[in-house]
Ligand binder design. Structure first.
Ligand code: HEM
Length: 445
């Protein structure tokens, strides 16, 4: 079978590589060996090789130059290639499912509600209030920071999107549905009762119905709401006029894209800062200097945010060292030539960006947590750094995410010290997670 599968894919012009078993390909090896699988294949075949992972014939690109080219050339037929389960559950108007002018429009609508001005005037004040309240009463408590950051990011998105209070019944019903939806997006698309996909799909239906009801109520009340949903619904003043279906898919996209990325980065920042007292001391110094300029309990503003240079460096170093995003997926819309090879239509391209995070030329001593390396701002704009993607799909939530984590860290380091409790296991692949939680004991500062 193995040989037959190799012969089947022995088309002229394809890059070197192995295809594994029919149907399953090399998915098991990829998931089990993770980064070592990629590194071994690179040793055998170079930085551009074929494989069959996660249900599709796939080209893996680990070449920095090519990775950039692929992300900058969507218009040449290199569109997002995320799994079917993700597209089904996030909706057909979700940003990864649309291309060309529709993508431009949907992205414009999204950017208009999370722009720097929106962050400064609307988002930051609410964010500060939220974090301040969430981080009260942590004194002398053992907290699973993984669970906590996930919950906080979820509740924060409800507040930002639709002014839903953490303690409301709608937040509770949303929560169960939302967690099922997230699980469904990373499942095999088998729609049978009992499968994660089925549950995820069901959760999507329920979320759509909760949101449709909310839209209906808001329209009937004629009240204006200064939250993301309010801006998306605003048809007269908003340049972007979205249908209800598009608004709902935008809201689901917003909640989904910022969820695991922001919560995991926050969790790992807490862990790295715990393990590196010098970095924590420097960070605390930055935030105590901000507090000194302010009255007690006065919220932080955009000038404070601008002064958080070391905080930004901590966030970048955390996303790099923990590798929150291993890479991004594209698929070819037509047969095409890439790097001198012929890639058939419909193949996936895995722009695997993980290894660049540990490149000793870009990051001397790459396995050390060293936020100071980011104090030279030019590193952030280095061409091969794809922590937030690049090109037309560059993460639109980058500054929002950084603002959220910075505000969290501000309240954390100015109020608490923390000690890790027990030996918590951490997994870095395929997702960064603490399988049994990450427990920390907090004490007031
Ligand atoms: C540490 C935090 C974050 C990281 C590391 C991150 C990373 C990324 C990356 C690598 C991409 C590119 C995906 C691709 O090219 O296919 C992306 C896209 C995206 N991100 Fe983020 N992200 C973060 C936070 C956020 C937040 C807070 C939001 C929500 C507002 C968000 C919303 C999005 C959206 C909607 C896209 C798709 C853009 C498009 O297709 O045009 N992200 N993100």
């Amino acid at each position: 079978l193995l040989r037959w599968n190799e012969v089947r894919y022995r088309k002229k012009g394809l890059p070197p590589g192995t295809m594994g078993w029919p149907v399953f390909g090399e998915t098991t090896e990829f998931l089990k060996q993770g980064p070592s699988f990629m590194k071994n294949q690179r040793l055998r075949f170079g930085s551009f090789f074929k494989s069959h992972i996660l249900g599709s014939p796939t080209i893996v690109s680990m070449d920095p130059e090519l990775n950039r080219y692929i992300l900058l050339n969507e218009s040449k037929g290199l569109v997002p290639g995320y799994p079917q389960s993700m597209l089904d559950i996030l909706g057909k108007c979700n940003i990864a499912a649309v291309h060309g002018s529709t993508h431009k429009y949907m992205r414009g609508a999204l950017l208009s509600i999370i722009s720097p001005t929106m962050i400064r005037d609307q988002i930051l004040p609410k964010l500060d209030e939220f974090m301040s309240a969430q981080l009260s009463n942590w004194d002398d408590k053992i907290i699973d920071i993984q669970e906590k950051t996930k919950e906080m990011v979820f509740l924060l998105s409800l507040k930002q999107i639709a002014s839903i209070k953490s303690s409301s019944t709608i937040a509770d019903s949303f929560k169960t549905e939302y967690f099922n939806l997230v699980l469904g997006t990373i499942s095999l698309p088998i729609n049978l009762p009992g499968t994660n996909y089925h549950r995820g799909f069901q959760a999507r239906k329920n979320i759509v119905s909760i949101l449709s009801q909310l839209l209906k109520e808001r329209r009937a009340s004629n009240e204006t709401h200064k939250d993301m949903l309010g801006y998306l619904m605003e048809r007269e003043e908003n340049k972007y006029k979205l249908s209800d279906e598009e608004i709902i898919d935008q809201v689901i996209t917003l909640m989904y894209s910022g969820y695991e990325t922001v919560s995991t980065t926050s969790m790992m920042a807490v862990k790295y800062l715990h393990d590196h007292p010098k970095a924590l001391e420097e960070l605390r110094k930055e935030h105590l200097a901000i507090r000194e300029r302010k009255k007690p309990n006065e919220p932080i503003d955009s000038n404070d945010l601008k002064s958080m240079k070391f905080t930004r460096a901590v966030i970048f170093e955390t996303t790099r060292l923990a590798t929150i995003v291993n890479g991004v997926l594209r698929k070819t819309t037509q047969d095409m030539e890439l790097n001198g090879y012929l890639i058939p239509k419909g193949w996936r391209i895995y722009v695997y960006t993980r290894e660049i995070n540990y490149d000793p030329f870009l990051y001397p001593d790459p396995l050390t947590f060293n936020p100071w390396r980011w104090m030279d701002k030019s590193l952030e704009s280095q061409n091969y750094i794809l922590i937030f993607g690049s090109g037309t799909r560059l993460c639109p939530g980058k500054e929002l995410g950084i603002t959220e984590i910075s505000t969290f860290l501000h309240h954390l380091v100015t109020r608490y010290r923390w000690e890790e409790v027990g030996g918590n296991k951490l997994m870095k692949f395929p997702r960064v997670q603490a399988p049994n939680g990450l427990h920390m004991r907090f004490s007031s500062f």
